[in-house]
Design a binder for this molecule. Structure first.
Ligand SMILES: [Zn+2]
Length: 350
């Protein structure tokens, strides 16, 4: 009954505003009324490395890959945690699961298939920044993917991909999985230690403060922030503190020409992940002179990002006769807004 109520609410919301979101998967899985108000409990955690879905991660308590190890306790939906070594997945933990999730845990060919696609999107020099890879079930909370730093200096990250969504309608149907990986990679790309200085506190930060640290002056996110956020920052802070869907909606509608998707208006962190994903997946280049397009131009101003775009497109343009990438802006599950207080996709707090 509760679900039905949400479903009706969300259908109305969708019809009314047609907004999009990428981290979360299905319209009826997004608990819109709490997606923002939920943040109260996680807000203080922004100052610290996100403990992520598994509190043991990053604590040094990583077990070996013994089949005799008992299944680990984890957050709901956690299936298998891998470490990434030399581009390969090394199993660290199987979590205690049952039923459908147990089937997904045993089906390691699927884990590998997701990983192979990930490697087509993230080249080796960036892949080395990802120390951990989590296979989880996203159905419970509607999360399709997430990242968080496993090192306080932001040099190492964990990425999580929802295996159930990855195979919804067939592997990578509609390019949705590829899009999710590109978006999540966009977070690591723009929040790692080369981009953000975790040792600088907010009161000492003269650039955009992302939550994990202070954006470096020439960082991608500092440039997109200056281009499209700095002059409306007070208006955004009001939205962030209002913690209401309608305030987010109003903000997006008012500044629509600044954002490539509705989800991008969540905050500068989600914005740049969406800008990067649009930059990569769009067939053409910059299209017009809006601030949203000027942010895409910032991507084109960096040869290393053009190289990344070429790498991803070259590896995913055709496989088995079909494109892996969705048409930019058309990813069907990009609904509503994310958490304005989180600089990147995350799994909702329990
Ligand atoms: Zn995100």
């Amino acid at each position: 009954m509760k679900r039905l109520k949400y479903w009706r609410f969300l259908m109305l919301l969708f019809l009314a505003i047609g907004l999009f979101q990428s981290c979360e998967k299905d319209m009826d899985d997004i608990v819109a009324p709490t997606s923002i108000t939920d943040t109260t409990g996680t807000d203080t955690k922004d100052e610290e490395p996100d403990p992520g879905p598994n509190p043991d991660v990053g604590s040094g308590e990583q077990g070996g890959d013994s089949d005799n190890d008992p299944p680990a306790e984890g957050d709901p939906g956690s299936i298998t945690l891998y470490s990434v070594e030399g581009g390969n997945l090394i199993k660290q933990k199987d979590f205690k699961v049952s039923g459908k999730e147990l089937e997904l845990q045993k089906d390691t060919n699927k884990h590998q298939e997701i990983w192979e696609l990930t490697k087509k999107i993230i080249p080796p020099n960036y892949l080395s920044k990802m120390s951990e890879f989590m296979i989880f079930a996203g159905e419970g909370d509607g999360t399709a993917g997430y990242v968080f730093n496993t090192a306080t200096d932001l040099s190492k990250w964990q990425m999580g991909i929802a295996i159930d969504f990855a195979y919804e309608g067939g592997f990578n149907a509609g390019g949705e999985l590829a899009y999710t990986i590109i978006h999540e990679f966009g977070h690591i790309l723009t929040l790692d230690n080369t981009q953000v200085d975790a040792s600088v506190s907010e009161d000492k930060c003269e650039n955009y403060f992302v939550g994990e640290g202070c954006a470096r002056t020439s960082s991608y996110i500092n440039k997109t922030y200056k281009k499209g956020w700095a002059d409306i920052w007070d208006a955004f802070l009001k939205v962030r503190d209002a913690e209401s869907e309608s305030a987010s909606e109003e903000f997006y509608n008012k500044y629509r020409d600044r954002f490539v998707t509705g989800y991008a208006s969540t905050n500068p962190g989600e914005d740049i992940a969406e800008v990067f994903a649009t930059f990569v997946t769009r067939n053409g280049g910059v299209n017009g002179s809006t601030i949203a397009e000027q942010k895409i131009q910032i991507m084109y101003d960096h040869p290393e990002l053009i190289e990344l775009r070429n790498f991803i497109r070259g590896n995913t343009a055709t496989a088995k006769g079909r494109s892996y990438l969705p048409v930019a802006g058309s990813w069907k599950k990009a609904a509503t807004f994310g958490n304005p207080k989180k600089s990147h996709c995350s799994r909702p707090a329990k």
